[in-house]
Structure formats: C-alpha cells, structure tokens
Design a protein around this ligand. Structure first.
Ligand code: ADP
Ligand code: MG
Length: 658
C-alpha cells in the first residue's frame, strides 16, 4: 500500500465502456485516453479523485480493491487497528447507533477502532498556528491527497505552498503507533486517493469495501455487541468531512470581509483557484481546497448523491457528540500528544505534457472540418471544454477525431447520402439486369426458333418461286403464289431480325469520325418527301471508338421509328454533342408520341404498335442491347398531348467515347 499503488488507483473494465465520454468530461486532469473507441485511464496522469468512478453509469471505471490485503492482515498474528474517517455517519445512516458500526468492525477482527477525527483535532491546532503566524507565505491545505497529487504533478511550483502538516489520517496513525505500539493500521474512509497517500498507513479501504467485507463475513448489525470508539476520542475534528470543515474546526471562517482565507471544493473550483493563485491574480493567507465537494461526496461512498442530507447527518452526529463531550479528557489527550511530530513534506513530480505546436493542432482542427470561427462549436460533447483542447489532446495521443459529435453527425449524413446514391445505382442496376436477363432468355429462344425456321423457309421460298415462275400471270393460281412468296419473304425478314437480335454480340470498336458517321446513317434510310431532316453537330472532338456495324443499326432503327411515327410528315432532328468523356445523340421527331402506358414496354422484344406486317418489335431491344454493350445509356422523352406543346419523341443515347 502507500506510494506503491499510486499508479494503480483507477482502471477501466473495457467490456463495460460504452464510450459516452462522461469520464473524459469529468476528469479534472484529462487522465482518460480514448483509444480505438475505448476509454482507458492514463495512470501516470491520474490523481485518484475517483470522479470517473462516480460518473460512469456503466460501472466501467473501478478503483483498486484492497479487501484481500486487509483480510490477510486480519488473519495474521499482528494486532490490527482500524481508523475510521469522520464521514462515516454520512455513509452508515442505515445503522442506527454508531456503536453498532464499531462493534461490526471489531467483529471483522480489528483489535481497536479509533476515530480519524482525533487526528483532525490535532492538526487543526497546527493549521490555526500556521494561519495566525506572522509568516507571510500563503498556504494550501494538504489534507486532501488528490489536491496534493494535483499540485505535485501539474503545479510543481506550488509544492512549497502546501501546508507542511500531516493529514488527519497520518496524524492519527502516528497517535496509534505511539499509544498502541507495534500494530498494523488500516484506514477506512470515503476516499480512493488515500490508499496511496502514505507509507505510514498499512492498508486503506473505502466504506464501499467495508460494506462488502461485512457481507462476505455475514456480519449484521443485530448480531453484534455495541462498542464505543477506542481512545483517544475526538472533538470538533468530526466536522472535517464537509467542505469548509477544517476552517470550522479551527474556529476560522472564509469571511468575505477578511479575504485571507479562501475555500474551494469540487473539480472545477479547485483548479480555477489554483490557476488564479499561480498566476498571481489572488492574494490570500490560506486556501482550503478539496477535490470532492467535501469528503462526504468521496467516490468510496456507496451513495454518490444527497450532499445536503449527508451534511445533516454529519451535523447531528457532531451535535450528539458535543452534547456528551468530556472536555477534560479530550484536552488531556491533546496535551498527551502535543509533542507528536505532525509535520509532512511534499515533493514536486512534474507530469505536465508539452503543449503541441499550433500547426499540428490546426491540422487536426481542419481535419475535423473546423476552419472558420463558426465551425468551433465548443459544445463539450467530446469531453473537452473547447474544440482546441480536444485537438491538443488528439495531437498528444489521448483523444480521437471521432469523439467530435458535430463531425460524426456530418460524417453520418454524408454516409447516408452516399448510401442513398448507391441504393439508387443498385436499383438502376437491378432493373438493367432484369432487362438484360429477359433479353438474354429471349435471345436464346429466338436463336433456336430462327435457326430451325431458316431451312424450311428457304425451301418454301425456293419452291414457291419456282412454281410462280412456271405459272403464267393469267393463271388464277398466280396471285396466290405471289402472296405465298411475299409472306415467306416477310417471314425471312422476321427470322433475320431475330438472328440479328440473338447474335452473341461482341463489340469490335474502331476509330470513327462521329459527324461523318451520323450523316452516313441519315443517308442510308429512305426519308419521305413530307419529312424534313435536320442534322445539328456540336462536337469538341469528333473522334470516337465504336462498333460501326452495330452503332449504324442503332441509328437507323431509331431514325426509321421516328419517320414511321410521322405518317403525316414532320421534322426529324438528329443532334450530336459531346463532353470530354461521352457523346450524345438525340433523335427527335414531331410524330404521334408514345403513350405513358407503353413507355416501359418499349424495349421488350416483339412489342409493337404497328400494323400486322409492318413492325416486328425487335428494333428497340436490339438498340438497347447494342447501347449497353457500349456501356452507354438510352433515355426516352415523349409527348402525346397537343395541349402540352408539339407532340413527338426524343431518344437520347449517351455513350462513352472510348
Ligand atoms: P417496331 O418498330 O418494329 O414496332 P421497335 O422495337 O422499333 O419495333 O419499336 C417498338 C414500338 O415502340 C413501336 O411499335 C412504337 O409503338 C414505339 N416507338 C418506337 N419509336 C417511336 C417513335 N419515335 N415515336 C413513337 N413511337 C415509337
Ligand atoms: Mg422499329
């Protein structure tokens, strides 16, 4: 125990940590590191205040357990004496009489149970002398070990201002050793930091651990004999555990009109007063500082709340005590130990970290999207008061950028957006896949049928032609034979279309001048008199790579469809333009347009609205397949409603140039 456990006071149970950063926020010395989304205690930085233990709702922060060490002492040959901190009435309010508590502690095997408050009585007079002396030097109380660690590590220049007086625990331990000789001393109190305060004390447990020991040993209040504290009994030192308790014990006060005595308790207050004092902003004779808001709020208490109820419990205990106070006996004891050495020395042990360069801090800030003043929300969600403090901790390796809530929310929004986009892409891909699957199936079927039909069709064509040639025109059979020949030709055309469509396409891209190519496509179709053709070319660079045969089929099919949609004439516009990477061809007509209900059937094989013998419904599926093979897109815009403007359809293909 003692200094040996200095760096083992508090640790994290990683599995329980839900990374809420509350411990980071509450730690007065930022001794909590977030590493891969897990909080861990940086033991060299920790001052054992136990704030993190108090605030962690998940029980992920725990303190050093000394029950088994105490058990070993109790089962040894040595006499073991318990010294109980004066905050006990605030913890054991469930035990009606303090003498029962003393009895229970004795039942655990302790030979004597002494009040730490007597140590407080002794040092109170030391403090009184110090404050009343002519010495101009300002002093800081040294009875709270966390405050002492804080000053030793983070304000080493102020170590010389720590009151060179032992704490009540150490004072009473010296009393016990003088009174009872060679014994082991165990401190029982509300404090974690006390476990590491002094090598003079053998072990230290918290009230929480004491309760656990009672439970382990099945010690119940009703089973024990009441017993008073062993001498020497305390006086007003029993008020120590509330904030401003020490100055009350020495009949002083932090009167505003005086200003010589300042008090501060709680993690923000003590830091503020120390920094103001160090910078020379405040001037005083004595500062009474406590890390918790009174020892009654210590992390070793089982009830972490109800500060005022606890104050009341202490007051009524002290009142009851003072009612039965034997002043003479007390004074005799004080006199008896008046020559006891109550001095204490402290050593600076600087653990401050270097402040990183502003460039490295700025770099981190920028990486969290904090560039202009309005980006610095200083919301505190990360556990640090300001964005800058957070960035410094990141550079020091104690924190992570992910801890910034606004940054994380923004990232999340971005991910949701990306997810929506990829969902959309996925849906498009799914539809395209379905279409190509359908086409592939149709293709296989068509190829099979076409292949089988081709031969018999050839035979029919040949024989019907022979018969037709052998028949004179005035023969009544001639007209019928002519019909057979015509219809067989039509069948061959359909079969040819099918074979075309089903062909296992391979794209053979060659360098092509797009402008010439488009013009050639319009020249290879028959344009009726009543249809006007307009070709508009706006190209940055006309050179593209395409499979010319296939792309020619695309253009001529679309152009033919456009012409067929304008039986009463109109305008066919072929527009070509490009970007760096893609070219676009618009084939626009002023025809009848495509009704909404037909829009999603356009690319289905055999879908046609044309008269029997006119359409095969294989043009657009072929176009679609070829455009896809070129990794392009095809879109249709159409209007059938004259009230909404000129009717007609535009097919737009958008294909990568290379
Ligand atoms: P087909 O031309 O043999 O009918 P397509 O696959 O080329 O087969 O076209 C399918 C159908 O799509 C056509 O029958 C027609 O209803 C419609 N269509 C295609 N292009 C146009 C267009 N430019 N204007 C109006 N309807 C069109
Ligand atoms: Mg067609």
């Amino acid at each position: 125990m003692g200094h040996a456990v200095r760096n083992k006071l508090v640790f994290t149970i990683k599995d329980k940590c839900r990374v809420c950063y509350t411990c980071v926020r509450e730690c007065p010395v930022k001794a909590i590191k977030i590493n891969n989304g897990q909080a861990e205690v940086i033991s060299e930085r920790c001052i054992g205040c136990g704030n993190c233990v108090k605030v962690c709702s998940q029980g992920a922060k725990v303190f050093l357990d000394s029950k088994s060490e105490v058990g070993t002492l109790l089962s040894s040959e040595k006499k073991v004496i318990a010294c109980v901190a004066p905050s006990f009435p605030a913890e054991f309010s469930d035990i009606k009489d303090y003498q029962i508590l003393v009895g229970m502690i004795k039942r655990l095997g302790f030979n004597k149970v002494v009040e730490v408050a007597f140590g407080a009585d002794l040092i109170a007079s030391e403090y009184r002398q110090m404050i009343d002396s002519d010495d101009k030097k300002p002093y800081i109380s040294s009875d709270c070990p966390s405050i002492v660690y804080y000053i030793e590590h983070y304000h080493p220049n102020l170590v010389q201002n720590l009151a060179p007086i032992a704490s009540p625990m150490v004072a009473v331990t010296r009393v016990i050793r003088k009174e009872y000789g060679d014994v082991k001393v165990v401190f029982i109190g509300p404090c974690i930091a006390k476990k590491a305060e002094s090598d003079e004390v053998d072990e230290g447990i918290t009230f929480k651990e004491l309760r656990e020991l009672f439970q382990l040993n099945q010690i119940k209040p009703e089973d024990v004999i009441a017993s008073d504290f062993d001498p020497p009994r305390s006086g007003k030192g029993a008020v120590f555990p509330v904030d401003r308790g020490l100055i009350q014990a020495i009949d002083k006060n932090d009167d505003l009109t005086d200003g010589r005595i300042l008090t501060a308790s709680g993690k923000d207050n003590f830091k503020e007063i120390i920094s103001e004092f160090e910078s020379g902003e405040i001037d005083c004779k004595y500062m009474e500082l406590l890390c918790c808001k009174g020892c009654i709020m210590g992390p070793g208490m089982t009830n972490k709340n109800q500060r005022y109820l606890k104050r009341n419990l202490i007051s009524s205990y002290v009142q009851q005590k003072m009612d039965n106070f034997d002043q003479e006996e007390w004074q005799a004891n004080i006199d008896k130990f008046s020559d006891l050495d109550l001095s204490q020395s402290f050593n600076p042990s600087d653990r401050r970290e270097l402040i990183p360069s502003s460039e490295s801090v700025n770099k981190v800030l920028v990486s969290m999207g904090k560039k202009k003043p309005s980006d610095f929300l200083n919301c505190g969600a990360c556990g640090y008061n300001t964005c800058k403090e957070h960035a410094i901790a990141i550079v020091q390796g104690h924190a992570e950028t992910e801890m910034c809530l606004p940054f994380a929310i923004e990232k999340l929004h971005k991910s949701i957006e990306d997810l929506n986009i990829s969902n959309g892409n996925l849906e498009d891909a799914r539809i395209a896949l379905k279409q190509s699957e359908k086409l592939a199936n149709m293709g296989q079927l068509s190829a099979g049928i076409a292949h089988e039909l081709n031969n018999p069709l050839g035979v029919i064509t040949m024989y019907s032609n022979i018969l037709k040639e052998e028949t004179t025109k005035d023969n009544p059979m001639y007209h019928d034979l002519e019909l057979i020949v015509d219809q067989t030709e039509r069948c061959k055309k359909i079969v040819g279309g099918l074979l075309n469509f089903a062909r296992k396409n391979q794209v053979k891209k060659i360098e092509t001048n797009l402008e010439n190519f488009v013009i050639r496509s319009t020249e290879s179709i028959v344009i009726p008199q009543n249809v006007k053709l307009k070709v508009e070319v706006d190209l940055k660079d006309p050179i593209i790579m395409i499979d010319q045969d296939q792309m020619m089929q695309v253009l001529t099919n679309l152009e033919k469809n456009a012409i067929e949609a304008m039986p009463d004439g109109g305008m066919l516009t072929v527009k070509v333009d490009d970007t760096e990477s893609n070219f676009k061809i618009h084939i626009q007509d002023t025809g009848v347009g495509i009704p909404k209900e037909n829009m999603d059937k356009l690319f289905t094989p055999f879908f046609t609205t044309k008269k029997l013998g006119k359409g095969t419904g294989l043009g657009l599926p072929l176009v679609y397949g070829i455009v896809k093979m070129h990794k392009g897109q095809i879109n249709v815009i159409s209007n059938t409603d004259i009230d909404k403007g000129v009717t007609g359809t535009t097919f737009i293909i958008d294909v990568p140039k290379f």
